[in-house]
Design a protein around this ligand. Structure first.
Ligand SMILES: CC(=O)SCCNC(=O)CCNC(=O)[C@H](O)C(C)(C)COP(=O)(O)OP(=O)(O)OC[C@H]1O[C@@H](n2cnc3c(N)ncnc32)[C@H](O)[C@@H]1OP(=O)(O)O
Ligand SMILES: CC(=O)C(=O)O
Length: 524
């Protein structure tokens, strides 16, 4: 079967609050979608806004699409206007795309109240526009706006819009759940009925679902199961209000669950990378919990899951993460069991299979520490140091030992604030004392510690403090509040995170800083 994967990230996706693509962004999005193997890329509405007109103009020379064809989107001709003189329709032809998709009203209430015209004139608008596009060498698709609501209200009228479009030469008529209020059973029922009523084969129909019931992906899949072969989606589900059907979830479901081949070979594996790249271009933080492609889509926290995953990862994953280019991760938290600790350690390059005592000790220590505010979930480096410190023979010798530190904060008459820290450490048998200033106590401590270690560890120069997060955790059972600090550190090659917890924010920061340098030195 020839499925038509129709992407509208650049048109409907751009209707999401907060997205504002530049023309260069749009070109970059189109290239990524093409690489992902979609068949159609709806690039925008030429004539409606200068950016979209420019996009289609530049696409003529700057896009070299391998899989996809470009689609210009617009509306049917205006009521009472000759299609040949409608500037909006002319702009669609000027875009020079092989395919044009026009939105048509298919709910009689919208025809009469929003367009303020008659049902017959709306049918003429559809007929004239499709014929005009086809006569000018374009493949014409018709998006029937409010199809499902219209079909429930007045099935005969909505069906007549579908029939008119097909008879005029439209290649596909797309049933749009514009208000996004449908559920899968409603979609299936409506498709069965419209096919019966019009005699139009489901293969000539398409589906476009908004996500207002959180069912856009399910509704799209239901339509395909009902025989529809053209489906419209947006990357990461971007779109107006709660968005559209997420392209990555729809194609993954169709290929992996229903065995429908909707993308060229080798494309589905790019899903995670392309999804993240498209989020970056949209300037929206990737959704960690997005199905299939989110960073947490295959992250397991529960100890019971890990114990089964140890036997076979597929026992707790609905698909192999690699098929969508994602990875499985084991999270170590208070919910970990020995299997979680063993798998996570293996991920970090430490084989604990032959160390049952270490496994039990680390499991207990993680639970005890998390009970008082520690969190290892995002701090792999601190977890690794903890595991190594429990290995027989402590194979990870600490590169320095702290004798003491002191930090002072001075608020001066002229309102400047100066921080000064002194650290005393023992390193390679030498006692070193160093003092440094900083713009805050943690910065001063970091500087002083690096100064103290500089002669022994010149590679410290490449370490950079990349992130610093502080969270105050409410005390429980009569204890005081504690502070949890996460420190992100990077060098030229890698990035790692460490954690410290204490009632005193400086001490919590110090613990995380010391772990950050210890871990980095152990790896460099
Ligand atoms: C469900 C969807 O998401 S469809 C896509 C919607 N996307 C957009 O609206 C984004 C781009 N839109 C725009 O830039 C502008 O709305 C434009 C340029 C298209 C139109 O702007 P304006 O000419 O100022 O008209 P305005 O937006 O106020 O109203 C829309 C007009 O189109 C008419 N119209 C609406 N749908 C259709 C249709 N399917 N066929 C023909 N005409 C239509 C309306 O009746 C109204 O006509 P009127 O100006 O004679 O009253
Ligand atoms: C066409 C479209 O975007 C809709 O009806 O939702």
């Amino acid at each position: 079967m020839d499925y038509q994967v129709f992407d509208t990230t650049l048109r409907d996706g751009a209707q999401r609050e907060g997205i504002s693509y530049t023309v260069a962004d749009k070109l970059a999005v189109a290239r990524l979608l093409d690489e992902f193997g979609v068949g159609f890329i709806e690039g925008g509405w030429p004539g409606a806004m200068p950016k979209d007109t420019e996009f289609f103009e530049r696409a003529k020379t700057e896009l070299d699409l391998k899989h996809a064809v470009l689609v210009a989107f617009g509306a049917t001709r205006k009521a009472g206007v000759d299609v040949a003189t409608d500037p909006q329709v002319q702009a669609l032809l000027d875009a020079g795309t092989p395919v044009v998709c026009v939105v048509a009203k298919s709910d009689i209430r919208h025809v009469e109240r929003a367009l303020r015209t008659t049902g017959d004139e709306n049918l003429a608008m559809v007929r004239d526009t499709v014929r005009h596009l086809v006569a000018n060498g374009r493949r014409a698709f018709v998006d029937c706006e409010h199809f499902f609501d219209g079909f429930r209200h007045d099935p005969a009228y909505t069906a007549s819009v579908v029939k008119t479009a097909i008879d005029a030469g439209a290649e596909r008529v797309v049933m749009c759940d514009t208000n996004g209020g449908m559920l899968p059973s409603m979609i299936t029922k409506a498709i069965t009925e419209v096919v019966e009523r019009t005699g139009v084969s489901p293969e000539l129909l398409g589906i476009h679902c908004q996500n207002d019931t959180a069912c856009a992906v399910a509704n799209t899949v239901a339509a395909v199961e009902a025989g529809v072969q053209h489906f419209q989606c947006t990357a990461n589900g971007y779109g107006e209000r709660p968005g559209n059907a997420d392209l990555f979830a729809v194609v993954s479901n169709l290929q992996l669950k229903l065995g429908r081949k909707v993308l060229p070979d080798g494309c589905l594996e790019k899903a995670t990378r392309v999804s993240t790249a498209l989020a970056e271009i949209a300037n929206i933080a990737p959704d960690t919990h997005q199905a299939y492609v989110g960073a947490a889509a295959f992250a397991h926290k529960a100890g019971l899951h890990a114990s089964a995953i140890k036997v076979d990862p597929l026992l707790y994953n609905h698909v192999d993460p690699a098929v969508v280019g994602n990875d499985m991760r084991i999270l170590v938290t208070e919910m970990a069991g020995r299997a979680s600790i063993e798998l996570k350690s293996r991920e970090l390059g430490i084989d604990l299979a032959g160390h049952p005592d270490t496994l039990s000790t680390v499991t207990r220590r993680v639970k005890d520490l998390e009970a008082v505010g520690w969190s290892f979930e995002a701090a792999d480096a601190s977890f690794e140091l903890l595991v190594r410190s429990e290995l027989p023979g402590a194979e990870y010798a600490r590169p320095f030992a702290l004798e003491s530190y002191r930090v002072q904060v001075e608020h001066r008459e002229d309102d400047t604030v100066l921080c000064e820290a002194t650290v005393k450490v023992r390193v390679h048998g030498e006692r070193v004392i160093a003092t440094a200033e900083g713009n805050g106590p943690v910065n001063a401590l970091d500087e002083a510690l690096r100064t103290a270690l500089a002669n022994h560890y010149p590679q410290l120069k490449t370490f950079e403090l990349a992130d610093f997060k502080v969270r105050i955790l409410e005390g429980s059972h009569g204890t005081n509040a504690v502070t949890r600090v996460l420190v992100g550190t990077s060098d030229h090659n890698r990035r790692w995170t460490t954690v410290g917890v204490h009632e005193n924010v400086v001490e919590a920061s110090w613990t995380a800083l010391v772990d950050a340098l210890t871990y980095g030195l152990g790896k460099s």
